[in-house]
Design a protein around this ligand. Structure first.
Ligand code: SAH
Ligand code: SF4
Ligand code: F3S
Length: 455
């Protein structure tokens, strides 16, 4: 009987986890599950976890502490609850999670999600604690049920105007600070035909904007309908022709794979939005080499010049790490200088966090937290001023906004500019899912305010 059991999914980490969470809950639908946002009524609770920094990984354990109580109360009412840890902590720690958190019934790594229904069933019927972190398996997407077979779409993103679509998984770059190559495995690109099909399915659900995802999305090289490997630029052009799709984005890119044809797509493909997230991590070449980033600061500057000449209004975003082992004050100043010279519309910055099993964690000269915090503060001050300046520069312009959701205040709707800024305006609910010109009347640190010009 469909719809009698409930699944609750909580997602941590990157957009790829958001996408995986949707696919996981969809995969349970044929087995009678519907998604719930009330954790107490869930028969299956999934924590889709992130291992990228220590803080991210620790969140899982504090969440599990909370779940113990919920599971106990449900048991007293005669109800069984399968508590599942998925995602990158599952992959990295495997059976250790069962030892550390007795409340957990099932540990499932990102390469095993197509086995989720079976594992949930076994955990329920056999009352066993199970671990499945088999690795690597590259074709989970083809083994997950077709997205069309669902009887009821889960709430949330599936009805939204904007959706994620994972086109590439894994990473072969092995930056010395990063766990992703260990938790997500080798690079794998999904075939073009599958992606076009899935894009069509998303559009039939009302999606107007698709963000193509990959840990190294611009290294995409999936097999095309002609049997050859297609680049991300070629995939973007093919998706650009899909009827009903209005906007395309992609994330996250590595500077090394920012090819000329992809840069040209920013000039030529009208549906590709003028926004690029391109992490540079550090401004000093010695640190970049120790990070195994495979590019210098000068390479990055040259790349940005090229991208800006192809698409002058492009909004740039980046990731930066401060306090990598051995980073001197002078080297940190080089990071600030690079930020100053380039000017970012948006940025994410982090204190270096040593991760088990990565080469950088074993390096000498680990820096004290106080130095990392102080550098992060200076960097974030600069980045915030750049974001504000960029937002302010939009005041007075008329910008097309894709409206996606209702705002917190009555009569308010919220959407995104081409540059990914949230834009708040007063407007009718039936504008959701449409791209409407908005005159920007105000700017805050992280969003814009505007007046709808025409419907
Ligand atoms: N694939 C992407 C990003 C992956 S993780 C890329 O290549 O850029 C997202 C960001 O987390 C990274 O860009 C990096 O800035 C940050 N990060 C990764 N590992 C980290 C660590 N050990 N400590 C601090 N920040 C880290
Ligand atoms: Fe991690 Fe580097 Fe791969 Fe990005 S490119 S996922 S930072 S190893
Ligand atoms: Fe975190 Fe895994 Fe994504 S470590 S950032 S959830 S790939």
């Amino acid at each position: 009987m469909p719809g009698t059991k409930r699944v609750f999914v909580k997602t941590f980490g990157c957009q790829m986890n958001v996408y995986d969470s949707e696919r996981m809950s969809e995969s349970l639908v044929p087995y009678g599950f519907t998604e719930t946002d009330r954790i107490e009524e869930a028969d299956v609770i999934i924590l889709n976890t992130c291992h990228i920094r220590e803080k991210a990984a620790e969140k899982v354990y504090s969440e599990l502490g909370r779940l113990r109580h919920i599971k106990d109360v449900r048991r007293q009412n005669g109800k069984n609850t399968v508590i599942t840890v998925a995602g990158c902590v599952a992959q990295a720690e495997g059976a250790e999670i069962l030892a550390r958190a007795p409340v957990v019934d099932l540990v499932i790594g990102p390469q095993s999600y197509h086995r989720l229904p079976d594992l949930v069933f076994r955990a329920q019927s056999e009352s066993r604690r199970l671990v499945d972190t088999n690795f690597p398996e590259q074709d989970k997407f083809t083994k997950l049920p077709d997205r069309k077979v669902k009887s009821a779409p889960p709430t949330g993103a599936a009805r939204a105007a904007s959706a994620f679509l994972t086109v590439q998984e894994g990473c072969d770059k092995f930056c010395t600070f990063c766990v992703v190559p260990y938790t997500r495995g080798v690079e794998y690109s999904r075939p073009v035909a599958d992606l076009v099909d899935e894009a069509r399915e998303l559009i039939s659900r009302g999606v107007r904007e698709i963000t193509l995802l990959g840990q190294n999305v611009n290294a995409y090289h999936g097999v095309g309908p002609d049997g050859r490997d297609w680049s991300l630029a070629r995939l973007i052009r093919a998706l650009g022709e899909v009827e009903g799709l209005q906007r395309l984005r992609y994330t996250t890119s590595h500077p090394k794979d920012m090819s000329d044809d992809l840069i040209a797509a920013h000039r030529d493909e009208p549906k590709l939005m003028p926004y690029l997230h391109l992490p540079f991590q550090a401004g000093a070449d010695r640190i970049l080499a120790a990070m195994n980033r495979k590019h210098t600061a000068a390479d990055y500057r040259r790349l940005i010049d090229k991208i800006r000449s192809a698409r002058p209004d492009i909004a740039l975003s980046t990731d930066v790490i401060v306090g990598f082992p051995g980073e001197t004050e002078g080297e940190f100043l080089e990071t600030l200088r690079l930020v100053e010279d380039i000017g970012f519309a948006q940025a994410f910055s982090f204190k270096y966090s040593p991760r088990p099993g990565t080469p950088a964690a074993k390096m000498e000269e680990q820096l004290p937290d106080a130095i990392k915090s102080e550098r992060l503060q200076r960097l974030q001050h600069l980045l915030a001023s750049q974001t504000s300046r960029f937002n302010d520069s939009c005041i007075g312009r008329i910008i097309p906004v894709l409206f996606e959701r209702l705002g917190r205040h009555a009569g308010q709707i919220v959407g995104r500019s081409p540059y990914l800024q949230p834009v708040h305006a007063t407007g009718a609910r039936d504008l959701l899912g449409h791209i409407i010109p908005v005159e920007i009347s105000g700017a805050g640190p992280n969003s814009l305010l505007g007046v709808i010009r025409a419907a």
